[in-house]
Ligand binder design. Sequence first.
Ligand SMILES: *Cc1c(COP(=O)(O)O)cnc(C)c1O
Length: 452
Amino acid sequence: MTEPSSSPMGQDPTVADMLAGRPHLSMHALDGLVLEDVPLTAIADAVGTPTWVMGAGTLRARYRRLTGAMAGAGLSPSVHFAVKANDHLAVLRVLAQEGAGADVVSGGELLRARAAGIPASRIVFSGVGKSHDELGLALAEAIAHIAVESAEELEILSAVAAAAGRVARITLRVNPDVDAGTHEKITTGLSTNKFGIAYARAVELYARAAALPGLHPLGFSLHIGSQITSMAPYRAAFARVADLVRAVRARGLAVSLVDCGGGLGICYRDEGEGAPAALAGAIRAELGALDVRLAIEPGRWLAGPAGVLLSRVILRKAGEDGLPPFLILDAAMNDLMRPSLYDAWHGILPLSARDAVQPPEAVNVVGPVCESADSFARNRMLPRLGDGAAVALLDTGAYGMVMSSTYNGRPLAAQVLVDGGRWSVIRPRQPVAELWAADRVPDWIAPAPVGA
Ligand SMILES: *Cc1c(COP(=O)(O)O)cnc(C)c1O
């Protein structure tokens, strides 16, 4: 993607640009910003801020776009939603009703997916460091497959499965050593990353897996990174895995599955959204003739655009020496960490139609947490917003709430699910006393001072 030459970041999209790319959001003269059919001001007023809002209708529509694109290419992969992107039970349930299974990366996520009603037979388990307990749980639940990420884990899983008298269905997660061309903190398919089995060792380890007790190798998994919007890295990685399938078969070993992972990107700012049809085309071109079952593990693409984070301006703080003012929000990096962690850009829209038409000005949008990294946007052009103005941070449905912490004594924000014209609180704001409710002060510490 080439950047406009006028400035390193180019022009920020306008309010109209941001709405045009997001059909689930619309601006109405009286109701202001509406998600599906619910005015977001009504939620902010009733529930307070900060509050996460997910659109169930938007999730379903995106799921159907993705599976429709696959079907259009003659593919019917099993879809395993990456639970780490958004793990709320209601979100998992909406996707499960559409037919999705789950991709989990811990025993906790596995149990959560089961609690959401996802059948174990539709759950796959990845991760570089699965504990013996987690492997045992996956075996006891008889999940679809475990993606083994190292030679060491292969031996451990064989021992755990044999001891339990079970057979583990596995894939080998290979590291295709392909640069996904994305942010360095979300690229996973390079040989310098911790993920997966070195490409050069994959054939040998597959043969080893076939010989070990307690293991039933099905095929290969890969996941080269996240927020990928160009098909070149996918094609290169799929082509390398296709070569592995042929090499393993040439040794007389059976391969029945390729799990293509996730990573399809969305449009946060002005990068083109990763196109499901293009991904389907890449899978078909490289893997379509192999006669294997296919799986995909989308996270961000399904959930990201379906969510917003509602927040209010606590106050405007004047900038020094003609620098832009600070808009200090009541949401912070403990709620939405992506801007601090990945320099991520999130669109910001006013909830009020009157605010949305104010003349634009450059501002620094920050949270109240005591860290300079607690910043949502630097030098961002936004319509002029005063104290108390409500805003939506866009495209926060993936890797948003799941990364929240209570740093700075800030309770976890409320969560709301919208579905068409209906909405419900799906998780109340955390009561502040809950933050220390589980703390235990040993009785050998002196009691609190009298009068405290
Ligand atoms: C995180 C992850 C995914 C989902 O990635 P997205 O970029 O959100 O689509 C899929 N598979 C594995 C193994 C992952 O770790």
